[in-house]
Design a protein around this ligand. Structure first.
Ligand SMILES: NC(=O)c1ccc[n+]([C@@H]2O[C@H](COP(=O)([O-])OP(=O)(O)OC[C@H]3O[C@@H](n4cnc5c(N)ncnc54)[C@H](OP(=O)(O)O)[C@@H]3O)[C@@H](O)[C@H]2O)c1
Length: 242
């Protein structure tokens, strides 16, 4: 299936998990793909595997993000699709006062998405078939439990920003899609010793989607005919009932 042939796709947070799977899915369907995250070695390995280009940057760093996005556009000859997938989750109760974790989640999940989007906009506007895909979560519409409250707040923000961007850019032909996965078995909470993180990890390992399931859904959204916009795509494991 080559239904993304000629499309030039930049994926953030592509050094592992859903981002890496999205890069693979898009490349397998014919897209030229650039990958961005902080771990340069993992990106280089992936880029070599899929014939793509790797750009190491921290999405919370405005200048580094702009430079990486521009370099990706140079390497691909433009950008038709930006997949804003970089994200972090650090569950805890507000009473625990983990201020650095709150900051990290808002910085990466919300401001990082805005910085990458702003940097990519000139390139997307220059494309005759442009997409922004924002990876949110089921937690962008509901709060699953108290320790996930701050993370859910960042993902509610992703939904709101996506709707604002859709209204801002739709008239210029830029599609904006939110992907809202439920539990996915990835490294998102690796190394997090909080009891809430352990519970989520365990559930995701038991019943979670694979990263490839989500990557394939992102590619499906990009492959829609230009006049069709999937505004929001919610996917969860069938067995995830809450
Ligand atoms: N796993 C789930 O159950 C689930 C469910 C719904 C939504 N999501 C969302 O899916 C997205 C991907 O998560 P994942 O589950 O695939 O976990 P993951 O494997 O940990 O992937 C997170 C990605 O974000 C990148 N990243 C983190 N901070 C960054 C920064 N400051 N600058 C650039 N890149 C950064 C990481 O790369 P580096 O460390 O190399 O920078 C990594 O590539 C996230 O937005 C997450 O909120 C996950």
């Amino acid at each position: 299936m080559e239904d993304l042939a000629e499309r030039r796709v930049l994926v953030t947070g592509a050094s592992s998990g859903i981002g890496a799977a999205t890069a693979r899915a898009c490349a397998a369907r014919g897209a030229r793909v650039a990958v961005l995250a902080r771990r340069a070695q993992a990106l280089e390995t992936l880029a070599a595997e899929i014939g793509g280009a790797a750009f190491a940057a921290d999405v919370t760093d405005e200048q580094a993000t702009r430079a990486a996005v521009d370099a990706a556009a140079d390497a691909l000859g433009g950008i038709d699709a930006l997949v804003n997938n970089a994200g972090v989750m650090r569950p805890s109760l507000v009473a625990e006062g983990k201020v650095e974790d709150w900051r990290a989640m808002f910085d990466v999940n919300v401001l990082g998405l805005l910085l990458a989007t702003h940097a990519a906009l000139p390139h997307l506007r220059a494309s005759d078939r442009a997409d922004i895909v924002n990876v949110s979560s089921l937690s962008g519409r509901r709060v699953p439990n108290a320790p996930a409250g701050v993370y859910a707040a960042t993902k509610h923000a992703v939904h709101a920003l996506s709707e604002g961007l859709r209204q801002e850019l739709g008239g210029d032909g830029v599609r904006v899609t939110v992907i809202a996965p439920g539990l996915v078995d990835t490294d998102l909470l690796d190394g997090d010793e909080h009891a809430a993180a352990a519970r989520i990890r365990e559930r995701a390992a038991q019943l979670g989607l694979t990263a490839a399931d989500v990557g394939s859904a992102v590619a499906d959204a990009l492959a829609q005919p230009p006049h069709v916009l999937i505004r929001e795509l919610v996917l969860s494991p069938t067995a995830q009932t809450s």
